[in-house]
Design a protein around this ligand. Structure first.
Ligand code: CA
Length: 649
């Protein structure tokens, strides 16, 4: 079987003996200096390693080749004199008599399609002013906007220059407007006004499923890593020049920073594009998990789970995260299938980021699950839902419980949640509001560990889900008023749950993928943000904006401490499909108490209020009422399928 190793080799890789003999703590890769470049490759099972230098990133004969010398801890190394900036290279690594050509797993630059690495003077790739680039000041709340580079500007209506559409450079166009009308902001200026604090980019490291020199319309989400420490070439204006993609991603980060947004990177350290990766070719078998018979473990669904618990694999992942944080000024990391990585590694990454940048400065979040079981070394504690309490409280996890409670399971299109006719479970809704951090066994430490979301790149968009449960398929395009009410109610619940907030780009304008559930390789045309729709549906966008703005003034909602759960004072069912809760909102806010009322029923419900005067901050129509609030006392009527948020001074 492909990728099978002997059970004894698997045991050896898992052993303490191997770790002690070969673990290497130093710097690996091609370390450029003006007068020489030092090449270091960790390949403890190799009998021979040869370096080859090339003029171009693809094709052509080697200019020169040199043997590397074996040294301590399995590291092969060589110094090559001269200025090698812009020189491409690869290795030939011989293990057990088999010679494999490989790029450098530690490469920071590469040629077209990523098959060859490149030596680079990284300072040459810095855009002007890069040394002064700083992330915008931290906001009181984290609101993450999940975005694919190509989706962002593929639509010609985005008004982005044609040569920048679908590229990193689109993030640099500060004057983008709808069809260039100069009136309706799109892309970067649109994001600036939304109130989100972080843009989370789907994979921007080099991935393998899109031809870099091919048709610009080729599309993939990019969960198929090839070069972990190099940006993806198809997002650059010149993928054949290894320096350009680096500079252009830095320019995008710099521009987002300048416009008040922090940047989170989606990182996929749980598997590689193919089992036959650079990691495999360098040290066959080591970086992947095997079952006891030596066959590859497949918890990722991609046929090769990285063995994060093996020390040099863990180091590889940690080094990579720190590299992106340092070299590209990345402000946070979203770990794909985090449930496949080991919890101690996640905690080491958290501590290292905190030490370098200050506690909590860099965001960490991840999917606390895997596609199926993985064959980690026995005794490994995985960073999954069952182990949240073993994770540092600065490692947050996506919360599928709230997601499904609000709008229904993602496994069945017609399964409804609270807002779309699935019925009320007032206790469950209270758990959602507390970010599930309420002391049950296995609960998160605090809402700091909970990521609330209703939609992400996976599965149906929120709108497409509501279309199905509302019996409106196949008309995904029309803005059905009753579904817009459900969407607003869902958003109001989500944005009043304690925890970190996250939503898929376009959720705020009823983004549709026409019912396509898994659009990872659907056409760019289907995946792209439809900027005309964003403006047609401005009312919904404004509703999200108002909720986000209110949230930033609500200490009771933003509280990430272990005492946050106690802020939910009382509450429960008010009527069929209607629940109300009181929240202690003390802190820096005009309102000491909030009343949160959610009515999913088709009837108007009268809700009795505690003593005193209540200001109406949000209702089913507007989330900006708090700017100039009216007041109610004693009893309030809550219209069908709507939220009502009240505040008391
Ligand atoms: Ca690529």
């Amino acid at each position: 079987m492909k990728g099978k190793i002997t059970p004894s080799l698997k045991k050896y890789f898992d052993s303490r003996e191997f770790r002690e003999r070969y673990h290497y703590d130093g710097v690996l890769g091609a370390l450029w200096a003006p007068g020489k470049t030092t090449f270091r490759l960790w390949a403890p099972t190799a009998q021979d390693v040869t370096l080859r230098l090339f003029k171009r990133g693809r094709g052509g004969r080697a200019l020169e080749q040199f043997p590397l010398a074996p040294g301590e801890q399995g590291v092969w190394s060589l110094e090559v004199p001269g200025d090698l900036d812009g020189v491409y290279y690869d290795y030939r690594v011989t293990v057990d008599g088999v010679t494999r050509r490989t790029a450098d797993p530690y490469a920071v630059a590469c040629g077209l399609e990523g098959g060859r690495s490149m030596v680079v003077d990284l300072r040459r790739t810095d855009p002007e002013g890069w040394a002064e680039d700083r992330a915008p000041a931290r906001q009181p709340e984290t609101v993450i906007y999940e975005l694919h580079v190509k989706d962002f500007s593929w639509d010609p209506a985005s008004g982005v220059k044609p040569e920048w559409r679908g590229k990193f450079k689109a993030f640099c166009q500060e004057d983008a407007t709808l069809n260039g009308d100069g009136v309706h902001p799109t892309c970067l200026p649109y994001l600036r006004g939304l109130g989100v604090t972080h843009v989370q980019l789907l994979p921007v490291f080099d991935y393998g499923s899109v031809a870099e020199g091919g048709d610009p319309a080729e599309y993939n989400w990019g969960y198929d890593p090839v070069n972990y420490n190099v940006p993806e070439g198809s997002y650059s204006t010149d993928p054949a020049d290894g320096a350009v993609r680096i500079r252009e991603l830095k320019e995008a980060v710099q521009s987002l920073h300048k416009n008040g947004l922090r940047v989170i990177m989606d990182v996929v350290y749980n598997h590689t594009y193919h089992l036959d990766s650079w990691l495999w070719r360098t040290v066959p078998g080591y970086y992947c998990r095997q079952r006891t018979d030596g066959t590859p473990s497949n918890g990722s669904g991609c046929g090769n789970d990285l063995a994060s618990e093996r020390s040099m694999c863990g180091k590889y992942i940690l080094d990579s995260v720190l590299y992106w944080a340092e070299e590209y000024h990345i402000d946070g990391f979203r770990f794909d299938l985090m449930g496949l990585l080991d919890a101690p590694l996640m905690n080491r990454i958290r501590r290292a980021l905190d030490r370098r940048y200050g506690p909590g400065e860099k965001v960490m979040l991840g999917e606390p699950w895997s596609a199926s079981d993985t064959a980690a070394r026995p005794g490994t504690r995985l960073a999954n839902k069952g182990n949240l309490t073993r994770l540092n409280r600065g490692v947050a996890a996506f919360c599928d419980a709230t997601r499904d409670a609000v709008k229904g399971s993602l496994f069945d299109g017609e399964a409804a949640g609270f807002v779309n006719g699935g019925g009320l479970d007032a206790e469950e809704l209270a758990c959602c509001l507390r970010g599930w951090a309420d002391g049950w066994e296995g609960a998160p430490h605090s809402p700091a560990q909970t990521v609330n979301y209703l939609s992400c790149h996976d599965d149906w968009t929120l709108w497409d889900k509501l279309i199905q449960t509302g019996g409106r398929a196949p008309d995904f395009q029309s803005l059905h008023p009753e579904l817009l009410r459900q969407n607003k109610l869902a958003a109001a619940i989500d944005l009043t749950c304690q925890g970190t907030l996250f939503f898929l780009a376009g959720e705020e304008f009823a983004r549709t993928k026409y019912g396509v559930k898994n659009s990872y390789r659907s056409p760019a045309e289907l995946n792209r943000l439809d900027w005309n729709r964003a403006w047609e549906n401005r009312a919904l966008v404004d509703y999200y904006r108002g909720l986000i703005a209110l949230r930033k003034q609500a200490p009771g909602l933003m509280d990430k401490s272990e005492q946050a759960a106690a802020r939910l004072l009382t509450g429960g069912q008010e009527a069929d499909d209607c629940a109300g809760y009181l929240l202690d909102n003390s802190g820096n806010s005009p309102w000491h108490t909030l009343a949160l009322i959610y009515n999913a029923s088709l009837e108007t419900v009268s809700v009795y209020l505690p003593e005193g005067t209540w200001e109406v901050l949000v209702d089913g129509e507007s989330s900006f009422l708090w700017q100039n609030p009216g007041t109610v006392e004693h009893v309030v009527a809550v219209p069908p399928v709507s939220a009502l948020i009240l505040g008391q001074r």
